[in-house]
Write a protein that binds this ligand. Structure first.
Ligand code: 5GP
Length: 190
């Protein structure tokens, strides 16, 4: 298992990394494909099976862990497992794509460790914890309890930023998008 480039985008929930990843996926010259993660969390809104995530039960997820099917996995929130299936990266590499990941900081750093030279690990930094709270509330896809859980985790995640190859400050979305495009363009062409 060794082929195209890997682009990791990690950040606290609500930092805007998903927006950045979607923007990059819209640039054909970057030749990117999104790594669809497996998760045991319930499906939200318009999310589609196999497109946003491979949704599965906790027991199915645990079976994949036992079979060593994951490149990395995390219990990101209690009973909400998330992981990257080895078969997903192999599938996208077989298509000749560079693979882009929208995953949590621990998972991102684990992939970087496994593929140090092939991977660009990017941390997306929100302006502040308060701003993060506002963004998550605006999104209103989760209960207050879940939002608070995500905020608590965000403080811990922010401390891992220096372990990434590069930090993008998402204070102004347009600036962050431009910076991300330039970084990824340089890396995939290097
Ligand atoms: P959400 O529930 O908002 O879709 O995602 C929650 C968190 O799980 C986000 O930080 C997201 O990036 C992370 N995540 C999604 N897929 C994976 C994965 O495959 N592995 C890991 N470690 N984290 C993931």
């Amino acid at each position: 298992m060794n082929s195209g480039k890997l682009l990791i985008f990690s950040a606290p929930s609500g930092s805007g990394k998903t927006t950045i990843v979607r923007h990059l996926l819209g640039k054909p010259e970057l030749n990117l494909a999104f790594s669809v993660s497996a998760t045991s969390r319930p499906r939200r809104g318009k999310e589609k099976q196999g497109e946003h995530y491979y949704f599965m039960s906790v027991s199915e997820f645990k079976n994949h862990i036992k079979n060593e099917d994951f490149l990395e996995w995390e219990e990101v929130y209690r009973d909400n497992f998330y992981g990257t299936l080895k078969s997903e990266v192999e599938r996208l590499w077989a298509l000749g794509k560079n693979v882009i990941f929208d995953i949590d900081v621990a998972g991102g750093l684990r992939i970087k460790k496994k593929f140090p030279t092939q991977t660009l690990a990017v941390f997306v930094k929100p302006p502040s914890i308060d701003e993060l709270k506002i963004r998550l509330k605006k999104r209103s896809t989760e209960t207050d309890d879940k939002i608070n859980m995500r905020i608590a985790k965000a403080s811990v995640e922010l401390a891992t930023a220096p372990q990434f190859d590069v930090v993008i400050k998402n204070y102004d979305l347009e600036v962050a998008l431009e910076e991300a495009e330039k970084l990824v363009g340089d890396f995939v062409n290097s």
